[in-house]
Design a protein around this ligand. Structure first.
Ligand SMILES: CC(=O)[C@@H](O)[C@H](O)COP(=O)(O)O
Ligand SMILES: NCC(=O)COP(=O)(O)O
Length: 251
C-alpha cells in the first residue's frame, strides 16, 4: 500500500537529556509532548533506557495520561521493560536493542537470532492490546523474522544512511531502505523508519511511498534550540531590565 501522507512521531528523549544534565525539573518532556502535538505531531515517542539516562519511569506514566495522540514507548527486550509496558499499556511499543555504554542505538534488533524470545514477547504485548514495532536494520532476513514473530509493524533503522560519510555510501543505504520498505510492505507489515533523520536527509526518506511514519527526535530538539534562542535571550533581558527599573522606582 502507498500512503499519501507521512506521519511524524516526535521523540522527546533529549528534552529529558537536558533536564537530567542538571537534575532540574525543567525542561519537562511532558510539556514538550504537548507542544509537539499542538504543532502537528502524529505521535509521541519516548525511549525508557535501562540506564535511565534521559526519560524516567514517571515521564512515561504522565505521558500516557496526558497526551492526546499515540504514545510509542521505545524499550529494550528485558523482563523489567516488558513488565513496565504491560502496566503502562502505551499505544505502541517499539522494541530496540540496547547496550549500556552506547552513545545511541547502534543497529537494529537481531530478531532472527532470538526468534523464540521475540515470538513470545510480541505475543504478550500484542495480547495486552499494544501495537508492537520491531526496530530492525533494512534487511530481508530480519523482516522475515519480524513477520514470524507476529509483529504488525517494523521501524527501519536509518542510522547508517544518516551517518554515511560519502554520497555513494548514502545512496547505497538509501537503496537498502527502499527495497526493505517494499519487501516489508508486501509482507503485510506497516513500515516506519527513524534514527538520525534531520532537515538535510529526511526528504529522500519521505519519497519512499511504503513508509508510513518517521520517528525523529535529536535533530528536532537541536534545531528548536536555535529557533528559540534569540527570543529567549530577549525575554530574559526584558525581565532583568524591568526588575532593575522596579527597584529604582521603589527607592
Ligand atoms: C531507538 C532510537 O533510535 C531512539 O531511541 C533514539 O536513538 C533516541 O534515543 P537515544 O538518543 O538515547 O538513542
Ligand atoms: N526510533 C528513532 C527515534 O525515535 C528518533 O531517533 P533520533 O531522531 O533521536 O535519532
Amino acid at each position: 500500500m502507498n500512503h499519501n501522507d507521512i506521519l511524524l512521531g516526535v521523540n522527546i528523549d533529549h528534552i529529558a537529556t537536558l533536564r537530567q544534565a542538571r537534575g532540574t525539573q525543567y525542561p519537562d518532556p511532558i510539556q514538550a509532548a504537548l507542544i509537539a502535538e499542538q504543532a502537528g505531531a502524529d505521535g509521541i515517542t519516548a525511549h525508557l533506557r535501562e540506564d535511565r539516562r534521559h526519560i524516567q519511569d514517571r515521564d512515561i506514566y504522565l505521558l500516557r495520561d496526558i497526551i492526546h495522540s499515540r504514545l510509542n514507548l521505545e524499550m529494550a527486550v528485558t523482563d523489567e521493560m516488558i513488565a513496565i509496558a504491560l502496566e503502562v499499556k502505551p499505544y505502541a511499543c517499539c522494541l530496540v536493542p540496547e547496550k549500556r555504554e552506547e552513545l545511541t542505538t547502534e543497529g537494529g534488533l537481531n530478531v532472527a537470532e532470538n526468534q523464540a524470545r521475540m515470538n513470545d514477547v510480541c505475543l504478550r504485548l500484542g495480547e495486552a492490546g499494544i501495537e508492537v514495532s520491531l526496530f530492525i536494520d533494512p534487511d530481508q532476513g530480519q523482516i522475515d523474522a519480524a513477520v514470524k514473530a507476529g509483529a504488525p509493524v517494523v521501524e527501519l533503522h536509518t542510522g547508517r544512511y544518516a551517518d554515511a560519510e560519502t554520497s555513494s555510501i548514502r545512496s547505497d543505504e538509501l537503496k537498502r531502505i527502499q527495497s526493505a520498505a517494499q519487501y516489508a510492505n508486501s509482507a503485510g507489515l506497516q513500515v516506519n523508519a527513524g534514527h538520525g533523520l534531520n532537515f538535510h536527509n529526511v526528504e529522500a526518506i519521505c519519497k519512499i511511498p511504503e513508509i508510513v511514519e518517521l520517528n525523529i527526535g535529536h535533530a528536532i530538539i537541536a534545531q528548536a534550540v536555535f529557533s528559540g534562542l534569540a527570543k529567549t535571550i530577549g525575554d530574559l533581558k526584558q525581565l532583568m531590565r524591568q526588575a532593575r527599573l522596579q527597584c529604582l522606582i521603589s527607592k
